[in-house]
Design a protein around this ligand. Structure first.
Ligand code: G
Ligand code: G
Ligand code: MN
Ligand code: NA
Length: 256
Protein backbone atom coordinates (compact mmCIF):
# COMPACT_ATOMS: atom_id res chain seq x y z
CA UNK A 1 0.00 0.00 0.00
CA UNK A 2 1.37 3.41 -0.90
CA UNK A 3 1.66 6.13 1.73
CA UNK A 4 -1.09 8.16 0.07
CA UNK A 5 -3.47 5.19 -0.02
CA UNK A 6 -2.85 4.42 3.65
CA UNK A 7 -3.34 8.08 4.55
CA UNK A 8 -6.71 8.08 2.80
CA UNK A 9 -7.67 4.97 4.76
CA UNK A 10 -6.42 6.55 7.98
CA UNK A 11 -8.53 9.64 7.41
CA UNK A 12 -11.61 7.50 6.89
CA UNK A 13 -10.95 5.73 10.20
CA UNK A 14 -10.06 8.94 12.08
CA UNK A 15 -6.52 7.89 12.92
CA UNK A 16 -5.24 11.46 12.76
CA UNK A 17 -5.20 13.25 16.05
CA UNK A 18 -3.74 16.40 17.56
CA UNK A 19 -1.32 16.81 20.44
CA UNK A 20 -0.57 20.09 22.17
CA UNK A 21 2.73 21.46 23.42
CA UNK A 22 2.77 24.24 26.06
CA UNK A 23 4.37 27.58 25.13
CA UNK A 24 5.83 28.81 28.40
CA UNK A 25 6.46 32.47 29.19
CA UNK A 26 9.74 33.47 30.87
CA UNK A 27 8.12 36.59 32.35
CA UNK A 28 5.15 36.80 34.70
CA UNK A 29 3.06 39.16 32.58
CA UNK A 30 2.19 36.64 29.86
CA UNK A 31 -0.08 33.62 29.89
CA UNK A 32 0.87 30.13 28.79
CA UNK A 33 -0.26 29.08 25.31
CA UNK A 34 0.04 25.86 23.35
CA UNK A 35 0.78 24.67 19.82
CA UNK A 36 -1.41 22.10 18.06
CA UNK A 37 0.70 19.41 16.36
CA UNK A 38 -0.79 16.71 14.13
CA UNK A 39 -0.13 13.07 15.00
CA UNK A 40 -1.03 9.84 13.24
CA UNK A 41 -2.25 7.17 15.61
CA UNK A 42 -1.20 4.26 13.41
CA UNK A 43 -2.75 0.87 14.29
CA UNK A 44 0.58 -0.97 13.85
CA UNK A 45 3.34 1.62 14.03
CA UNK A 46 1.90 3.55 16.97
CA UNK A 47 1.83 7.31 17.40
CA UNK A 48 3.65 8.95 14.48
CA UNK A 49 4.95 12.52 14.20
CA UNK A 50 4.89 14.36 10.85
CA UNK A 51 8.49 13.24 10.18
CA UNK A 52 7.05 9.77 9.41
CA UNK A 53 4.51 11.07 6.89
CA UNK A 54 6.17 14.17 5.47
CA UNK A 55 5.48 13.07 1.88
CA UNK A 56 1.80 13.79 2.31
CA UNK A 57 2.67 17.43 3.04
CA UNK A 58 3.56 17.63 -0.67
CA UNK A 59 0.11 16.40 -1.74
CA UNK A 60 -2.06 19.48 -2.06
CA UNK A 61 -5.50 17.87 -2.01
CA UNK A 62 -4.62 15.53 0.85
CA UNK A 63 -3.29 18.46 2.88
CA UNK A 64 -6.49 20.39 2.22
CA UNK A 65 -8.46 17.50 3.69
CA UNK A 66 -6.04 16.88 6.56
CA UNK A 67 -5.91 20.58 7.46
CA UNK A 68 -9.70 20.65 7.61
CA UNK A 69 -9.74 17.60 9.91
CA UNK A 70 -7.06 19.07 12.17
CA UNK A 71 -8.95 22.35 12.59
CA UNK A 72 -12.11 20.41 13.43
CA UNK A 73 -10.26 18.54 16.18
CA UNK A 74 -8.63 21.72 17.55
CA UNK A 75 -11.97 23.56 17.66
CA UNK A 76 -13.63 20.64 19.46
CA UNK A 77 -10.78 20.45 22.01
CA UNK A 78 -10.83 24.23 22.54
CA UNK A 79 -14.61 24.16 23.02
CA UNK A 80 -14.26 21.45 25.66
CA UNK A 81 -11.45 23.23 27.55
CA UNK A 82 -13.53 26.41 27.60
CA UNK A 83 -16.66 24.55 28.73
CA UNK A 84 -14.75 22.87 31.57
CA UNK A 85 -12.78 26.04 32.29
CA UNK A 86 -9.71 23.79 32.33
CA UNK A 87 -7.58 25.79 29.86
CA UNK A 88 -8.25 29.41 28.83
CA UNK A 89 -5.01 30.19 26.95
CA UNK A 90 -4.33 30.58 23.24
CA UNK A 91 -3.88 27.78 20.73
CA UNK A 92 -1.39 28.02 17.85
CA UNK A 93 -2.17 26.12 14.65
CA UNK A 94 0.19 25.49 11.72
CA UNK A 95 -0.99 26.51 8.27
CA UNK A 96 0.68 25.22 5.11
CA UNK A 97 0.35 26.33 1.48
CA UNK A 98 -2.84 24.28 0.95
CA UNK A 99 -4.54 25.92 3.94
CA UNK A 100 -3.43 29.39 2.80
CA UNK A 101 -4.89 28.78 -0.65
CA UNK A 102 -8.38 28.60 0.88
CA UNK A 103 -10.16 31.85 0.11
CA UNK A 104 -12.31 32.26 3.19
CA UNK A 105 -10.42 30.35 5.86
CA UNK A 106 -9.94 33.44 8.05
CA UNK A 107 -13.69 34.19 7.98
CA UNK A 108 -14.70 30.55 8.48
CA UNK A 109 -12.30 30.04 11.37
CA UNK A 110 -13.39 33.30 13.03
CA UNK A 111 -17.02 32.15 12.80
CA UNK A 112 -16.23 28.69 14.16
CA UNK A 113 -14.35 30.24 17.08
CA UNK A 114 -17.22 32.58 17.85
CA UNK A 115 -19.66 29.65 17.71
CA UNK A 116 -17.82 28.04 20.65
CA UNK A 117 -17.61 31.25 22.65
CA UNK A 118 -14.01 31.96 21.67
CA UNK A 119 -12.56 34.48 19.19
CA UNK A 120 -9.63 34.97 16.79
CA UNK A 121 -7.78 36.54 19.74
CA UNK A 122 -7.58 33.01 21.15
CA UNK A 123 -5.72 31.66 18.14
CA UNK A 124 -2.22 32.04 16.75
CA UNK A 125 -1.75 31.17 13.10
CA UNK A 126 1.78 29.86 12.42
CA UNK A 127 3.31 29.93 8.97
CA UNK A 128 6.71 28.43 8.29
CA UNK A 129 9.28 30.74 6.82
CA UNK A 130 10.60 27.95 4.60
CA UNK A 131 7.13 27.31 3.12
CA UNK A 132 6.32 30.88 2.18
CA UNK A 133 6.81 31.50 -1.49
CA UNK A 134 7.95 34.55 -3.35
CA UNK A 135 6.35 35.75 -6.56
CA UNK A 136 2.67 35.52 -7.52
CA UNK A 137 1.79 32.68 -5.16
CA UNK A 138 3.71 34.42 -2.40
CA UNK A 139 1.61 37.52 -3.01
CA UNK A 140 -1.50 35.43 -2.50
CA UNK A 141 -0.16 34.02 0.79
CA UNK A 142 0.71 37.53 1.95
CA UNK A 143 -2.84 38.64 1.15
CA UNK A 144 -4.27 35.72 3.15
CA UNK A 145 -2.10 36.50 6.17
CA UNK A 146 -3.34 40.08 6.13
CA UNK A 147 -6.91 38.73 6.18
CA UNK A 148 -6.10 36.70 9.30
CA UNK A 149 -4.43 39.71 10.94
CA UNK A 150 -7.38 41.99 10.12
CA UNK A 151 -9.77 39.56 11.80
CA UNK A 152 -7.73 39.59 15.01
CA UNK A 153 -5.71 36.37 14.75
CA UNK A 154 -2.11 36.55 15.97
CA UNK A 155 0.42 35.60 13.31
CA UNK A 156 3.50 33.57 14.23
CA UNK A 157 6.50 33.14 11.95
CA UNK A 158 7.75 29.55 12.35
CA UNK A 159 11.36 28.37 11.87
CA UNK A 160 12.57 31.97 11.83
CA UNK A 161 16.10 32.40 10.48
CA UNK A 162 16.09 29.37 8.19
CA UNK A 163 14.31 30.87 5.16
CA UNK A 164 15.69 32.61 2.11
CA UNK A 165 14.36 36.06 2.87
CA UNK A 166 13.91 36.35 6.62
CA UNK A 167 14.35 40.11 6.77
CA UNK A 168 12.20 40.80 3.71
CA UNK A 169 9.46 38.75 5.34
CA UNK A 170 9.80 40.84 8.50
CA UNK A 171 9.12 43.92 6.36
CA UNK A 172 6.08 42.55 4.55
CA UNK A 173 4.22 40.16 6.82
CA UNK A 174 1.71 41.27 9.47
CA UNK A 175 3.56 39.41 12.22
CA UNK A 176 3.04 39.29 15.98
CA UNK A 177 5.45 36.50 16.93
CA UNK A 178 8.69 35.06 15.64
CA UNK A 179 9.63 31.51 16.57
CA UNK A 180 13.40 31.14 16.53
CA UNK A 181 14.25 27.86 14.84
CA UNK A 182 15.55 25.11 17.06
CA UNK A 183 18.74 24.75 14.98
CA UNK A 184 19.88 28.10 16.46
CA UNK A 185 18.79 27.25 20.00
CA UNK A 186 20.71 23.93 19.95
CA UNK A 187 24.02 25.79 19.66
CA UNK A 188 23.63 28.70 22.07
CA UNK A 189 25.43 27.04 24.99
CA UNK A 190 28.76 26.46 23.29
CA UNK A 191 28.67 28.39 20.03
CA UNK A 192 29.15 32.13 20.52
CA UNK A 193 28.02 32.77 16.96
CA UNK A 194 24.65 31.06 17.55
CA UNK A 195 24.29 32.87 20.87
CA UNK A 196 24.94 36.21 19.15
CA UNK A 197 22.46 35.40 16.38
CA UNK A 198 19.72 34.44 18.84
CA UNK A 199 20.34 37.48 21.00
CA UNK A 200 20.32 39.68 17.88
CA UNK A 201 17.08 38.14 16.59
CA UNK A 202 15.41 38.82 19.93
CA UNK A 203 16.54 42.47 19.98
CA UNK A 204 15.44 42.93 16.38
CA UNK A 205 12.04 41.35 17.08
CA UNK A 206 11.53 43.57 20.12
CA UNK A 207 12.41 46.71 18.15
CA UNK A 208 9.66 45.68 15.74
CA UNK A 209 7.22 45.11 18.61
CA UNK A 210 7.16 41.33 18.15
CA UNK A 211 7.04 38.56 20.73
CA UNK A 212 9.82 35.94 20.61
CA UNK A 213 9.42 32.21 21.14
CA UNK A 214 12.49 29.93 21.29
CA UNK A 215 11.83 26.47 19.86
CA UNK A 216 13.40 23.20 20.93
CA UNK A 217 14.63 24.25 24.39
CA UNK A 218 16.05 21.05 25.88
CA UNK A 219 18.39 22.13 28.70
CA UNK A 220 18.26 24.38 31.77
CA UNK A 221 21.33 26.23 30.55
CA UNK A 222 19.56 27.11 27.27
CA UNK A 223 16.52 28.37 29.21
CA UNK A 224 18.74 30.47 31.51
CA UNK A 225 20.62 31.96 28.60
CA UNK A 226 17.37 32.74 26.77
CA UNK A 227 15.98 34.49 29.83
CA UNK A 228 19.17 36.53 30.09
CA UNK A 229 18.89 37.77 26.50
CA UNK A 230 15.23 38.70 26.96
CA UNK A 231 13.42 35.89 25.14
CA UNK A 232 9.68 36.06 25.94
CA UNK A 233 8.49 32.46 25.64
CA UNK A 234 10.10 29.01 25.41
CA UNK A 235 8.88 25.78 23.84
CA UNK A 236 10.71 22.49 24.26
CA UNK A 237 11.07 19.09 25.81
CA UNK A 238 12.80 20.59 28.89
CA UNK A 239 9.61 22.15 30.22
CA UNK A 240 6.83 20.30 28.42
CA UNK A 241 6.45 17.71 25.67
CA UNK A 242 3.44 17.62 23.34
CA UNK A 243 0.53 15.83 25.10
CA UNK A 244 -3.02 14.83 24.20
CA UNK A 245 -5.94 17.22 24.70
CA UNK A 246 -7.03 15.64 27.99
CA UNK A 247 -3.56 16.08 29.47
CA UNK A 248 -2.94 19.65 28.29
CA UNK A 249 -4.55 21.57 31.19
CA UNK A 250 -2.39 19.72 33.75
CA UNK A 251 0.71 19.99 31.57
CA UNK A 252 0.21 23.76 31.43
CA UNK A 253 -0.17 24.02 35.22
CA UNK A 254 2.91 21.87 35.79
CA UNK A 255 4.98 23.99 33.39
CA UNK A 256 3.99 27.29 35.04
O1 G B 1 5.30 17.77 15.91
P1 G B 1 6.53 17.78 15.05
O2 G B 1 7.75 18.40 15.60
O3 G B 1 6.91 16.43 14.58
O4 G B 1 6.13 18.61 13.74
C1 G B 1 6.97 18.62 12.65
C2 G B 1 6.53 19.65 11.67
O5 G B 1 5.21 19.40 11.19
C3 G B 1 6.51 21.03 12.30
O6 G B 1 7.39 21.84 11.56
C4 G B 1 5.12 21.53 12.13
O7 G B 1 5.12 22.87 11.63
C5 G B 1 4.49 20.60 11.11
N1 G B 1 3.10 20.41 11.54
C6 G B 1 2.70 19.90 12.72
N2 G B 1 1.34 19.93 12.79
C7 G B 1 0.92 20.50 11.63
C8 G B 1 -0.37 20.83 11.12
O8 G B 1 -1.41 20.63 11.75
N3 G B 1 -0.42 21.41 9.87
C9 G B 1 0.70 21.68 9.16
N4 G B 1 0.55 22.25 7.97
N5 G B 1 1.92 21.39 9.62
C10 G B 1 2.04 20.81 10.83
O1 G C 1 5.89 23.80 13.76
P1 G C 1 7.23 23.25 14.15
O2 G C 1 7.98 22.56 13.15
O3 G C 1 8.07 24.29 14.78
O4 G C 1 6.85 22.21 15.28
C1 G C 1 7.62 22.05 16.39
C2 G C 1 8.23 20.69 16.35
O5 G C 1 9.32 20.62 17.23
C3 G C 1 7.25 19.61 16.76
O6 G C 1 7.39 18.54 15.91
C4 G C 1 7.70 19.20 18.14
O7 G C 1 7.45 17.84 18.41
C5 G C 1 9.20 19.49 18.06
N1 G C 1 9.78 19.84 19.33
C6 G C 1 9.22 20.52 20.34
N2 G C 1 10.07 20.71 21.37
C7 G C 1 11.22 20.09 21.00
C8 G C 1 12.49 19.91 21.64
O8 G C 1 12.74 20.35 22.75
N3 G C 1 13.43 19.22 20.95
C9 G C 1 13.20 18.71 19.72
N4 G C 1 14.19 18.04 19.14
N5 G C 1 12.03 18.87 19.07
C10 G C 1 11.04 19.54 19.71
MN1 MN D 1 4.98 25.46 14.44
NA1 NA E 1 9.57 25.27 13.84
Amino acid sequence: QTLLASVRRAMATNEFTVHYQPLIPLTADRETGCEALVRWNHPIRGLLTPAAFLDIFQDFSLMLELGHRIRGIVLADLARWRREGSYMGKVAINLGPADLALGNLAVDLARSLEAIGASPRDMIVEVSETLLLRGAEGGMMLHRLHEFARRGFSIGFDDFGTGHASLTHLRELPLDIIKIDRSFIAGIEDNTRDAALVSGMIDLAHRLGLTTIAEGVETMEQARLLRRVGCDVVQGFLLARPVDADSLPDAVRRAE
